[in-house]
Design a protein around this ligand. Sequence first.
Ligand code: SF4
Ligand code: SF4
Ligand code: SF4
Length: 189
Amino acid sequence: MTGEAVSNGLKKRIIKEIKVNLDKCIGCRACEMACSGFHAEPKFSSTNPARSRIRVIVEDRKDVYLPIRAGDYSSAECAGRNTYTINGKDYSQCSFCTVSCPSRDLFKEPDSDLPLKCDMCESVPPLAEPMCVQVCCCDALTYVEREEVVDVKEVRRDEIDLGLESLISKHGIEKVAKIVAQIARTSKG
Ligand code: SF4
Ligand code: SF4
Ligand code: SF4
């Protein structure tokens, strides 16, 4: 996330989005390979869809493919299991859900079981477009940026949230909580 001051307490920031056109997705899963390769260490040293932050939910019998990017982690399944009917085809709520939750194996790092979350391929230097968009042959994924003016406090809160999420995904919540508690004790003096 980038920001530029516009006036007292307000800041411009760029909102990055990926639009998904389900009608164009052919289920090739190139996006999964590209995402996992980009996030491998070292970069592109391996590809493994299980480590991808985008997964293509395949509904074979309906000829439907749903590319879903990983969102937030939840320690519990949600209460609702709704079914949606679109153009005469039934979809479960989980098919569209971006959450890493206990009901399924998606969006969990296979070695550690830690949740995976799409980070829009943030890197230095920045990519012109996220990897999954770059490799999508059919324009099912398209990248858009828009500007928004927001309260500086909100931007800082978002930046702290992102930083914490990345630390938790790398080291686990218990280790991060322990370090934060140690820092809090030290700063109290
Ligand atoms: S994956 Fe399914 S059960 Fe889990 S939060 Fe999403 S909709 Fe609820
Ligand atoms: S934007 Fe980057 S991190 Fe997110 S799903 Fe696409 S390739 Fe993966
Ligand atoms: S790369 Fe594009 S067409 Fe292929 S599965 Fe992913 S979203 Fe669909």
